[in-house]
Structures are given as structure tokens and as C-alpha cells.
Design a protein around this ligand. Structure first.
Ligand code: PGA
Length: 249
């Protein structure tokens, strides 16, 4: 059985004080939730403060990005060891904003995935197509390529520690959500592709999240689909009540 995972990607929002207030409120709202894995991914500057605030809570900490090297002359970057030291468990890698705005390609993302695994962080590998790619019927080709390249060289045993997130780019921050049927179609394609890349049991156990305008009013319909094992939530994770509602959906 796959455990439902709900992760909040705060992107470049909330200063340290606001981040602490948000997790304080969230902790209270989800105190009684024990059947879901909850993750918050604040901006890196707030990770340490949020980590301290999460002590003793079951909410896990995630980062939004990292460099693949452990240390060195990489101005402005943050290493997996630094994330680990402050109690980070997950790291989002290959988010479409990193791919599109910061030109991250599949090869770089693959290096980051391997480095995250080596350093005992669980990568959340994001894949997804643009509106144009969907319209010309290239969704499977694009998502397939991102998975093949992003997971190149990853062994079966390591797949237990990887989460995949399907995030159609046209649905991110636009208020346009994929319908549960549209999302499930791609999720089941992803599951089948993973079965061709890894052993069947391993592929069955991989958590595949949906992301793209997940809100309290659509989360349940999405997450109740067979191959949708949770959500990666942007905008709605900035409000503790909305995020808690999604968690409890
Ligand atoms: P959104 O963002 O929920 O604001 O659409 C999702 C994401 O980018 O992970």
C-alpha cells in the first residue's frame, strides 16, 4: 500500500517570521493526521527555522532545490550535506520553474537525483508537459523522456527512495487543473513506464504525486484515483487552513 503524501512547495514566498507562523498554525490543524505523510518546502533561508519549529511534529521538511556537489566553489548554491544537517528529508528536483527559468536540463537533474540519494535525501522528481506539447499530443513523449533521462542509472533499490511528481506546466499557478481523468491517464502511463524500467513491485510502490492548481475543492477527486498518491501543492500551501484541508481530503 502506498501512503498518501501531501507536499507544500512555498516557492519564493514567506519571510522567516511568516514561515514560522504558517507552520505553527499548520501543526495545530493537522495534529490528528497520522495516515498521510506531510511535507513543507520553504525557501532555503527559512529551512533551519522551520526545522526547529517542526521538532516533535510528524510534518517533514523538504527543500526546493540543491546543488549536486557536497561542497566547493559554487557561489549561491546549497549542498545536500547542508540540507541534511538541518533535518531536511525531501528535496524537490527538476521543478518546471527550475527547468524553464533556470535552464536546468535532464542531465543536471539526473546528477542532482543521484547526489540526493547518496546523501540520504528523498528526491521529488518533477516532470510535465507544456500546453503546446499537450496540444500536439506529445505529453507521453515529453514525460517519458524526462523520466528516462532523469532516472538514468538509478538502481531498483534506490527507487524506493524517490518520489515522482507529475506537474503539467499549463496547470501550474494558472488555476487550470488537469481533470482527475486527464491526470490519472498520465499517472498510469508513468507507472507503466516505471514498470518497464524497474521491477514490477518497485514500480508499484513508487509514490506519484499530482501538482498543478491543487486546491481544497479538487484535491479529493484527484487523490482518489488509482495512480495518484498525493499532491504537490504550490499556491494553496501558503494558507494553513487550505493546506490542512487538502491534507485531510
Ligand atoms: P500551484 O503550484 O499549486 O500553485 O499550481 C504547483 C507546483 O508548482 O508545484
Amino acid at each position: 500500500m502506498r501512503k498518501t503524501l501531501i507536499a507544500g512547495n512555498w516557492k519564493m514566498n514567506k519571510n522567516i517570521g511568516e514561515a514560522i507562523s504558517l507552520v505553527k498554525e499548520l501543526k495545530k490543524l493537522v495534529e490528528d493526521v497520522d495516515d498521510r505523510e506531510i511535507v513543507v518546502c520553504p525557501p532555503s533561508i527559512s529551512l533551519a527555522a522551520v526545522s526547529a519549529e517542526l521538532k516533535g511534529s510528524s510534518i517533514q521538511l523538504g527543500a526546493q532545490n540543491m546543488h549536486f556537489e557536497k561542497q566547493g566553489a559554487f557561489t549561491g548554491e546549497i549542498s545536500p550535506l547542508m540540507l541534511k544537517e538541518i533535518g531536511t528529508k525531501y528535496v524537490i528536483l527538476g521543478h518546471s520553474e527550475r527547468r524553464q527559468i533556470f535552464n536546468e536540463d535532464d542531465e543536471l537533474i539526473n546528477k542532482k537525483i543521484k547526489s540526493a540519494l547518496e546523501n540520504n535525501l528523498t528526491p521529488i522528481l518533477c516532470v510535465g508537459e507544456t500546453l503546446n506539447e499537450r496540444e500536439v499530443d506529445k505529453t507521453r513523449e515529453i514525460v517519458g523522456e524526462q523520466l528516462n533521462k532523469g532516472l538514468n542509472g538509478i538502481k531498483n533499490k534506490d527507487m524506493k527512495n524517490i518520489v515522482v511528481a507529475y506537474e503539467p506546466i499549463w496547470a501550474i499557478g494558472t488555476g487550470k487543473t488537469a481533470t482527475p481523468e486527464q491526470a490519472e491517464e498520465v499517472h498510469s502511463f508513468i507507472r507503466n513506464l516505471l514498470k518497464s524500467m524497474f521491477d514490477s513491485k518497485t514500480a508499484e510502490d513508487i509514490i506519484i504525486l499530482y501538482g498543478g492548481s491543487v486546491k481544497p475543492n479538487n484535491a479529493k477527486d484527484l487523490v482518489s484515483k488509482d495512480n495518484i498518491d498525493g499532491a504537490l501543492v504550490g499556491g494553496a500551501s501558503l494558507d494553513a487552513k487550505d493546506f490542512a484541508e487538502i491534507i485531510k481530503c
